[in-house]
Design a protein around this ligand. Structure first.
Ligand SMILES: Nc1ncnc2c1ncn2[C@@H]1O[C@H](COP(=O)(O)OP(=O)(O)O)[C@@H](O)[C@H]1O
Ligand SMILES: [Mg+2]
Length: 207
């Protein structure tokens, strides 16, 4: 649990409403939360969808795991506590982005169901659509693609008896129990995945 250290603070309500911002942007904000193993296609699909949305005249933005760890979360590692804090901060940032009216896409492994469910609850409480996209690409596909060479590293570490706490190898991944969308990047191209997500957003009245 996160320690609450902030005291003597009061929520200051703004005067411009979410509706006014939506009218300005001619779109409704939401968060599409991509979760899945390393190499399951989260970043590739999220950035492809972002591009497609922007080309259609929609303001979209990806908060990407590795990119966020270069800045905002550069002081966090991969222990259970740091992973939790990583997701908590991103959940809060995504909610703020979506509240401004941006179609917000996040691509983080986010292996803990509880952490993702907390982010969902935050969005539900704020009346902001939360769409969990499970990149359920099997580990065999992820490991054979190994775009960053991390599975190879993790296997070597494991063989040497040290391990590196790598999700799917020697750290758990808890799949979502009822994600809004499930994709498998083995046989679905990033473009096909993007079409599926665009259709979902249209069906939900978000586009
Ligand atoms: N259908 C697909 N969808 C997404 N990625 C794919 C697909 N087919 C092949 N790839 C490749 O798989 C890798 C996925 O990596 P990435 O998107 O960085 O995953 P993640 O962000 O989940 O770690 C990339 O090298 C990408 O080019
Ligand atoms: Mg990624």
């Amino acid at each position: 649990m996160t320690d609450v250290k902030a005291t003597n603070i009061t929520w200051h309500e703004g005067h411009a409403t979410r509706e006014e911002r939506q009218n300005l942007l001619k779109q409704k904000g939401c968060t599409l939360w991509f979760t899945g193993l390393s190499g399951s296609g989260k970043s590739t699909i999220a950035f492809t969808l972002e591009h497609a949305l922007v080309q259609r005249g929609r303001l979209a933005y990806v908060l990407d795991g590795d990119n966020i760890r270069h800045g905002l979360n550069k002081n966090l590692g991969f222990t259970a506590a740091d992973r939790e804090e990583n997701i908590r901060r991103i959940g809060e940032v995504a909610k703020l982005f979506a509240d401004t009216g941006v179609l917000t896409l996040t691509s983080f492994i986010s292996p803990c169901r509880k952490d993702r469910d907390n982010v969902r609850a935050l969005h539900v409480a704020g009346g902001i659509p939360f769409i969990e996209v499970h990149c359920a690409t099997p580990i065999e596909t992820c490991e054979s693609r190994d775009p960053k060479g991390l599975y190879k590293k993790a296997r070597t570490a494991l063989a040497s008896g040290k391990g590196m706490g790598f999700t799917g190898i020697d750290d758990p991944y808890e799949a979502p129990s009822s994600p809004e969308v499930t994709l498998d990047a083995t046989a679905t191209s990033p473009q096909e995945a993007t079409v599926i997500l665009l259709q979902y957003l249209e069906k939900q009245g978000i586009l």
